[in-house]
Design a protein around this ligand. Structure first.
Ligand code: AMP
Ligand code: MG
Length: 411
């Protein structure tokens, strides 16, 4: 049942063996589109009409036939015979040599092919005069130029963000089928932990992991189920894991997952289900426990506050995205110059905390937040990015180019 890797496992290997096992939550629900924000679409959404439905004007001006306009810079005179405004199309006949007043969004009648901006026209009585040179088809939005009827407007596995809410509305969808929100139970372990508001005795620390985890679960778009603090005790740990497994799709714990005497998470998991304990070749972040209790996935994160955040971000979040039904995505990365030297021992993939900025010529520059100890939570708070240092990398001189990953999902 237990599987203890003595040698270090590369990050990518540990992550992919997790992702290979997890499948999206099967249950779906149909929600009003606003209620579906941040959910993952569980059906392909087809457009049954063109968007926009009709050819329409992108400008206020006059709609005409290009063939009625004079040669370049010569004067054209067109007779004004009507108006097309957004929501009030023109329905009459338009003879050769005639035009209509048109406003942005107004339907361009069949037969007309060009819109002349009002700024390029002068008007007296019912005659519109224009001298500028024009281009056939200018200022017209084609029917279906956004989405064509029969095309997929939003595919299965896409997360509904702000643009997607608008997109669903633009194809006339009032409701959408989405995956159920995964529930994630979490608790902290440790005899030294005190709740905020309590008095600290010597050796105590406030339980901050339950707060960072809560925040990260919220921004991951799952439903957090807070199970509180569990003392360093095997029976209590087993009981809490049982509650978590009965209530949630995933249980996440922090601390107590190494192999010290007071680390009961490993023992509890071995009694309840299956467990893989990895010594991941990453910093911060080893060890990492992954397993299953009945149908519930289990992540045992390290105890140190920075390790909790980084291992959540690098393992749990991708797993939750998969559980939510999302298609895999890659983090946004960019290259930046380091302003100061960086110390790094080869052998581990490091996610140092950095502050990314742009120098006076617009080039990205990154600086470490300073103390990179995995207990220093201010290093996460002051940072706006990871400085990603590959496994093999050693110390780096100032001026070296490194890979930087902005914190997009940790906020
Ligand atoms: P452990 O994995 O139990 O050995 O814990 C490693 C370190 O993380 C210790 O210094 C703990 O006090 C600290 N720690 C564990 N849990 C928490 C927590 N919930 N909040 C803040 N610090 C914690
Ligand atoms: Mg502990």
């Amino acid at each position: 049942m237990a599987d203890f890797d003595v040698a270090s496992t590369p990050y990518e290997e540990a992550l992919s063996s997790i992702l290979h096992r997890i499948t999206p939550v099967a249950e779906t629900e149909r929600l009003a589109i606003r209620d579906a924000i941040h959910r993952v679409v569980a059906e392909d959404i087809y457009a049954d009409q063109n968007v926009p439905t009709d050819r329409n004007s992108a400008m206020d001006g006059y709609a005409c036939r290009y063939s009625d306009l004079a040669e370049k810079n010569a004067e054209s005179r067109l007779r004004l015979v009507g108006t097309s405004a957004a929501g009030s199309p023109f329905t009459g006949e338009i003879d050769k040599g005639c035009c209509i007043r048109i406003f942005t969004g107004g339907v361009v009648p069949d037969g007309l092919d060009t819109v002349v901006m009002q700024e390029d026209c002068s008007i007296s009585e019912d005659v519109v005069t224009t001298t500028n040179s024009h281009r056939l088809g200018q200022h017209i939005r084609q029917s279906g130029e956004d989405i064509t009827a029969g095309e997929i407007a939003l595919s299965k596995g896409r997360t509904i963000g702000t643009a997607e809410l608008g997109l669903l509305a633009s194809v006339g969808r009032a409701e959408v089928l989405v995956h159920r929100k995964p529930r994630v139970a979490f608790f902290s372990t440790g005899d030294e932990l005190r709740a905020v508001g309590e008095k600290l005795n010597p050796g105590d620390v406030y339980d901050s992991n339950r707060y960072t985890l809560y925040g990260m679960l919220q921004s991951a778009g799952v439903e957090p189920v807070d199970l509180g603090v569990v003392r360093d005790d095997l029976e209590q740990t087993i009981a809490a894991l049982r509650v978590g497994a009965s209530k949630a799709d995933v249980v996440v714990t922090s601390a107590g997952a190494s192999v010290g005497d007071a680390d009961f998470v490993k023992q509890a998991l071995e009694k309840l289900g299956e467990l893989t304990l990895w010594k991941v070749a990453m910093k911060p972040g080893r060890p990492l426990a992954f397993g299953k209790i009945d149908q519930t996935w289990f992540f045992g994160l390290p105890g140190n506050p920075v390790s909790v955040m980084v291992t959540f971000d690098k393992f749990v979040r991708p797993a939750l995205n998969r559980l939510k039904g999302e298609k895999p995505s890659i983090p946004i990365r960019l290259n930046a110059r380091i302003a100061k030297p960086i110390r790094k021992r080869p052998g581990r993939l490091e996610f140092q905390r950095g502050i990314l900025s742009f120098d006076s010529s617009g080039e990205p520059v990154v600086e470490s937040t300073g103390n990179q100890s995995s207990g220093v939570l201010t290093s996460m708070s002051r940072a706006n990015c990871y400085i990603v240092l590959p496994l093999a990398s050693g110390d780096l001189d100032a001026g070296t180019t490194v890979t930087v990953e902005p914190f997009e999902a940790l906020l």
